[in-house]
Ligand binder design. Structure first.
Ligand code: AMP
Ligand code: MG
Length: 380
């Protein structure tokens, strides 16, 4: 939401019953049992009109029906029994019992949602309840995705010698969609600077941001960083980030509209981790979110998470799950090479293992949750 929403009426819109039973005057049933004369019936949706509950009277009422004039409480049907045109109330009832007051959920004129709120299913229901069909929202950033590499092919079938299939583009496109952005598939490009320039130029016409993968390392054909510098000038950055995976990273802001370009590394795990760490929070900011980062939780290593000191923070692909006694436990989800994307697919979190010798089984570790659906206790 880019602007707050107010309600121009109360929710609930009128005092109504939360039970099937009898609307009555609490002053008539300060003690029980008490016999009241039934003077009418109100179903949900009925207009109560001038129907009035007088002294010694009750109205048969269903859940959601408006409280009739004169009544100030409802006795649930289970605590009554009917006798012809009468009802016997079997327990004392206090004023307000089983009455849902108008405006109890939302007062008339109240701000219902502030700017920056993400519309989730319950929000949609609330908007419907106040009759709001249109809100002012931030547009979803349109994010182009380009894979770079002379070795990449784009199709199934036998691979020519030396070639591999492009896995970064499909996974980044899916990630963008899952994160609520609008992905735009800009295809594959060779490691030719002219081809890269052309595709980035074209991207500027349709995209609010661009992700590239590959070509930001120190290889002889790693031209993405160079092209980003040529196109972005003073805004261009080429970084060696002290993380593993995801060390090489390029960034630039391209004319004419100042669209950010995230030059992710080529190795599939590195590309996905860099997206998570650097691109996703920035794209969320562009989309108007105020909470930018994935949730971080404290977990316990289920097995040793050993490593060597190298001056870098290690992001270990882990499977986190809740043990029978409620502890969040993590273990590696598979091979930890930056080319081993399958272990990323099997992971639901990244464990932050700081520089040093790593963690031993039983040690606390901080994790960044990628998929909260997977955190629950496994079903037997
Ligand atoms: P680069 O960063 O371009 O040096 O690529 C690093 C490694 O990632 C190389 O082994 C590439 O073949 C591989 N790679 C680069 N782009 C992709 C991609 N889109 N899909 C799968 N692997 C890739
Ligand atoms: Mg490459």
């Amino acid at each position: 939401m880019a602007a707050p929403v107010r309600s121009d009426g109360p929710v609930p819109p009128f005092d109504n019953s939360s039970m099937d039973g009898y609307a009555l005057r609490a002053s008539d049933v300060t003690s029980a049992p008490e016999r009241l004369r039934v003077v009418g019936t109100l179903m949900a949706g009925d207009d109560p009109g001038p129907l009035t509950v007088g002294e010694g009277e009750a109205v048969r009422i269903m859940t959601g029906a408006a409280i009739p004039l004169g009544a100030d409480a409802v006795c649930m049907v289970e605590r009554t029994h009917a006798e012809d045109a009468w009802v016997v109330v079997e327990e004392a009832v206090r004023a307000g019992t089983n009455v849902r007051m108008a405006g109890e959920d939302i007062a008339s004129g109240a701000e219902v949602f502030a700017a920056g709120v993400r519309l989730q299913p319950a929000h949609i229901g609330v908007l419907a309840s106040i009759g709001v069909e249109e809100v002012v929202a931030y547009p979803r950033p349109r994010v182009g995705v380009i894979s770079t590499g002379d070795e990449l092919v784009n199709r199934p079938g036998p691979l020519p010698p030396g070639k591999i299939r492009d896995s970064n583009r499909p996974s980044l496109l899916a990630r963008l969609r899952e994160d609520g952005f609008t992905p735009l598939d800009l295809g594959l490009t060779s490691d030719e600077p002219a081809a890269l320039t052309e595709i980035l130029d074209k991207a500027m016409a349709s995209c609010d941001a661009v992700l590239t993968s590959g070509g930001v390392s120190v290889g002889d054909r790693d031209f993405v960083k160079m092209v980003l510098e040529e196109l972005g000038g003073q805004h261009a950055r080429w970084l060696q980030v002290a993380v593993r995976p995801g060390k090489p990273f390029a960034f630039s802001v391209l004319p004419p509209r100042g669209a950010p370009v995230f030059g992710l590394p080529g190795n599939p795990v590195s590309a996905n981790v860099s997206y998570e760490l650097f691109a996703r929070p920035a794209l969320r900011l562009m989309a108007g979110h105020t909470d930018l980062d994935r949730p971080r939780l404290r977990a316990t290593a289920q097995v040793d998470l050993r490593r060597q000191p190298d001056g870098r923070l290690h992001l270990v692909r882990v499977r986190a799950s809740t043990s029978a006694d409620g502890l969040l436990l993590v273990r590696p989800s598979g091979g930890q090479g930056s080319h081993q994307l399958r272990a990323f697919a099997d992971a639901n979190a990244l464990a932050f293992v700081p520089d040093g010798e790593g963690a031993a089984a039983g040690d606390p570790v901080e994790i960044m949750v990628l998929d909260p659906d997977g955190l629950g206790a496994a079903r037997e």
